[in-house]
Design a binder for this molecule. Structure first.
Ligand code: ADP
Ligand code: MG
Length: 584
């Protein structure tokens, strides 16, 4: 570590500054804060506290003169003063003042991202004084609703107004300050995005040029404020990978070093659009404190000090973050606000973070709770316990863990029992038709992408020559369980033999001795587990046992299921003894 560059000055002393300081303390890095007195960060910092405003040039220069390097926990700062600190005091600021300047104007930010070739929703600037007329002119091509946004000083939805129809236009413009000519911030409009989910990715970019990104997460907003974050996002792995790629590229487009929070929209067709970037630690990255190898706060310090970056990987299978937002003011407001935190204290896997804010107000971010667990189902159950809300993220919303595939819809009756078992155990699954003969390309694509999409076990049913399980097993490293399906002839024994001899024991192979001799040795190395003919129930139970090897919740459920089976038999034994075999 460069011992000389150890005093970091942060513009802003809110919760993000406080958590940066907590991680800095552990690394022996001194933090100095510029903010008003009694801010959450100053309570835990070891360095000087410059009392003043982070928009005030003099205060920024004062902070700069007492530190080695400057950074921000909020983007609404005086960038000219930061440039002066760099030039006159030789104190670098990361991210660079220019990056912050681009990001603090949401319209300029969108332009830079669009010019960088990144996917954003359509947007247009509104001329000062002519906002209402401009929106009216755009309305036919935009369609309602239209999102009206302030270019600057926007956060937690405060710079946004939804225009539902023409009668809303003037009042929405007024509500956001009336535009530049009336002394409000400049305004722009965005086309409404009908998103399926909101996704976010934290991207770390070091002054050394090293770049790393955290997994894609899902954010759930309530009243425009982040309510819950789910990590990893319960989306197709291909979508998660796309979001991460877009996030890294967008951080490249705005330049600068540090940690960045990138907010995105996922559309129904799988497309991902950028929403906005924050040049600092972000609410959607709070989960990293307990769930990741390296917290976003520590990663930011590593980025700006040129230290090697830490792993961005999750160290638990599933995590969530719940924001603790003020429900009211005064002592009673505070007490009510903290109820979820009290519940969290007795919830396994939950960690409470409070920001030390003395005043509680409705909607104010007072703290957050991170929850980790062995499966998303377990984590969401704990989230529901803490928030007191219904666990509405039911099994069907979670990313599938098991894939049930069949060669033809005629196999569906045979596979229904597997689906019933998985549903009963709360294991998210998908069920689809993939034919080795009729859709070979689809089968290849499906099997090759299954692991990346988050699937853990594949159940494949097939009748007759029964290629599907073996072919799929040859194309994926995932465990495959074959279900031999009985057809009208041969009673399914042909399917059973085919599957146990997988992957190359199709009837074709059996019939050609030379082929059998040539590829016989290859039959070892690509195993397919097989259950009894038509017994998809056992295939599902085996899949759950495989998942249970690393998800204790599934093992517990399996033990309960086995006990209930035992009880069923014992009841019959009892009845048989009581009534005798003749009357039974
Ligand atoms: P803030 O700076 O307050 O976070 P955002 O621009 O991120 O402002 O908007 C807040 C929320 O409003 C987003 O998280 C999203 O739920 C919604 N939102 C923003 N832009 C759009 C849009 N163009 N279409 C639909 N919803 C949007
Ligand atoms: Mg936002």
């Amino acid at each position: 570590m460069d011992q000389k560059k150890r005093v970091v000055g942060i513009l802003g002393g809110g919760q993000l500054g406080r958590m940066l300081a907590e991680y800095a303390n552990r690394l022996g890095i001194t933090i100095a804060i510029l903010d008003q007195p009694n801010n959450p960060a100053a309570e835990v910092t070891t360095g000087p506290h410059v009392q003043g405003n982070f928009k005030n040039a003099e205060a920024i220069i004062k902070l700069g003169s007492g530190v080695d390097i400057l950074t921000v926990e909020i983007e609404h700062v005086d960038c000219d003063a930061l440039e002066r600190a760099e030039k006159e005091l030789g104190k670098p600021c990361h991210p660079s003042p220019n990056t912050i300047r681009i990001i603090q104007d949401k319209f300029l930010q969108k332009q830079v991202l669009k010019n960088g070739g990144l996917p954003v929703s359509d947007f247009d600037e509104l001329p000062a004084g002519g906002e209402v007329a401009a929106i009216e002119a755009l309305a036919p091509s935009y369609g309602f609703p239209i999102m009206l946004k302030s270019k600057t000083l926007a956060y937690d939805g405060r710079g946004n107004r939804v225009i539902r129809d023409s009668s809303d236009i003037a009042s929405a413009v007024e509500a956001l300050g009336g535009g530049l000519t009336k002394g409000g911030p400049g305004l722009y409009v965005e086309k409404w995005v009908r998103f399926e989910k909101e996704l976010a990715v934290m991207v770390a970019k070091s002054v050394t040029g090293e770049v790393a990104s955290y997994p894609t997460v899902e954010t759930v907003q309530k009243d425009n404020i982040c309510h819950i974050v789910i990590a990893p996002a319960q989306v197709d792995g291909a979508i998660a990978a796309k979001a991460r790629q877009i996030a890294e590229a967008s951080v490249g487009a705005v330049g600068g070093a540090g940690i960045f929070g990138v907010e995105m929209f996922q559309l129904e067709n799988g497309d991902v659009l950028l929403n906005e970037i924050a040049p600092r630690p972000h609410n959607s990255g709070h989960y990293t404190n307990e769930a990741s190898h390296t917290s976003q706060f520590e990663q930011h310090l590593r980025c700006i000090l040129g230290l090697p970056l830490g792993s961005c990987d999750l160290k638990v299978p599933a995590a969530a973050m719940v924001n603790i937002l003020g429900t009211g003011s005064g002592d009673s407001g505070m007490e009510e606000t903290l109820i979820p935190c009290v519940r969290a204290l007795s919830t396994p896997g939950a960690t409470v973070h409070l920001y030390g804010k003395k005043e509680c107000r409705k909607g104010r971010k007072m703290g957050h709770v991170n929850i980790v667990g062995n499966s998303m189902e377990e984590v969401l159950k704990r989230v529901a316990e803490i928030t007191g809300e219904e666990n509405n993220a039911s099994w069907s919303n979670l990313a599938p863990q098991v894939a049930i595939i069949m060669g033809s819809d005629s196999d569906l009756p045979t596979l229904k029992p597997a689906a019933v078992i998985l549903k009963q155990f709360g294991v998210p699954f998908e069920l689809t038709i993939v034919s080795a003969h009729r859709t070979p390309d689809r089968m290849m694509e499906y099997a090759r992408s299954a692991a990346d999409r988050g699937i853990k076990v594949i159940i494949a049913a097939a009748g007759g020559a029964a290629h599907l399980p073996g072919m799929v097993a040859a194309l994926t490293p995932l465990p495959v369980i074959g279900v031999p399906v009985a057809l009208k002839v041969l009673d399914g024994v042909d399917s059973l033999h085919s599957i146990v001899q997988m992957p190359v024991s199709s009837r074709f192979v059996f019939e050609c001795r030379w082929v059998r001799e040539l590829i016989g040795p290859l039959q070892r190395g690509i195993p397919v587990a097989t259950v009894a003919i038509n017994n998809s129930t056992n295939a599902a139970l085996l899949a759950i046992r495989i998942l249970g090897a690393h998800v204790p919740l599934y093992l517990q459920k399996m033990a309960t299921y086995m006990n209930s089976q035992k009880d069923e038999v014992l009841t019959k034994v009892e009845k048989l003894e009581k009534v005798g075999w003749e009357a039974y």
